[in-house]
Design a protein around this ligand. Structure first.
Ligand SMILES: O=C(O)CCC(=O)C(=O)O
Length: 249
């Protein structure tokens, strides 16, 4: 039998291969698939196989084919350019998203999104009332540096990020400390990344362009709009959920 120390070392090596050495890992929940990622001033957890390959394949194709994607534009310094990705916002009624100068009315929840939301709740105890869908058609699509600190999500939001399709590098950088190296994380097909307390207030993140990536990726960021009549309070199991303005490009 592998001892706890060795098991921890093995996991550190395994996970360390996809994260910068700045991150430290601990495996707080033996028997679960959680990897708790200890980074300065924030809590981040990951489940690499939150969805099976078959489920993830099905979700990837279905979201690409069936989502009424919007291709928004953003004006920066007087220049209007299309965002380098497609998007959709699904949420409880009345959850209007104010985002990069736009007001986006929510689409209704679909059965698939509800199932995924339920899986997140089973795995983490976290519950959400909205989800932003991002469709990266290939490695030329991206999202620039930002924090998800829009007012409607409260002062220090917890966000659950589910990925299907091409593995893409997710990079975090501390907002106030210039000396730290960026933390890099590979978001794989069927993975769940929970950005806990501190992640949006102390860190920014991006999904950089990767020209060698030729296949699509769907990312779903589940969020809680705190102004709704029926705000959903996260209740943590396995991770420590706690209960932020950005212009993304
Ligand atoms: O696609 C990703 O993994 C990141 C998405 C993101 O940063 C966002 O929706 O705010």
């Amino acid at each position: 039998m592998v001892g706890v120390g060795l098991w921890h070392d093995y996991l550190s090596l395994l996970v360390g291969s996809v994260m910068s050495e700045q991150a430290q890992f601990s495996f707080d929940f033996p028997g679960s698939d959680y990897q708790r990622i200890q980074i300065l001033d924030a809590e981040i957890s990951m489940v690499e196989r939150a969805f099976s390959v078959a489920e993830s394949d099905r979700y990837l194709q279905s979201f690409i084919d069936n989502t009424p994607w919007r291709h928004d534009e953003i004006t920066i310094h007087g220049r209007t350019i299309p965002l380098p990705r497609l998007q959709a916002w699904c949420a409880d009624k009345d959850a209007v998203l104010h985002y990069s100068g736009m007001s986006i009315k929510p689409l209704a929840w679909t059965d698939e999104l509800l199932s995924i939301r339920e899986r997140i709740a089973e795995l983490s105890g976290l519950r959400f009332n909205g989800v932003l869908l991002n469709y990266y058609r290939d490695g030329f699509d991206s999202v620039g540096w930002h924090s998800d600190d829009e007012q409607e999500f409260g002062p220090d939001p917890v966000i659950a990020s589910v990925s299907f399709g091409a593995t893409r590098e997710f990079v975090l950088k501390h907002r106030f400390k210039d000396d730290g190296k960026p933390v890099k994380c590979q978001l794989t097909h069927g993975s769940l990344l929970v950005m806990g307390k501190g992640t949006q207030t102390h860190w920014k993140h991006q999904l950089p362009k990767r020209k060698r990536v030729t296949t699509p990726r769907i990312n779903l960021t589940f969020r809680n709009m705190v102004s709704l009549q029926t705000p959903v309070i996260p209740t943590g199991v396995g991770i420590t959920p706690r209960i932020g303005k950005s212009t993304k490009s």
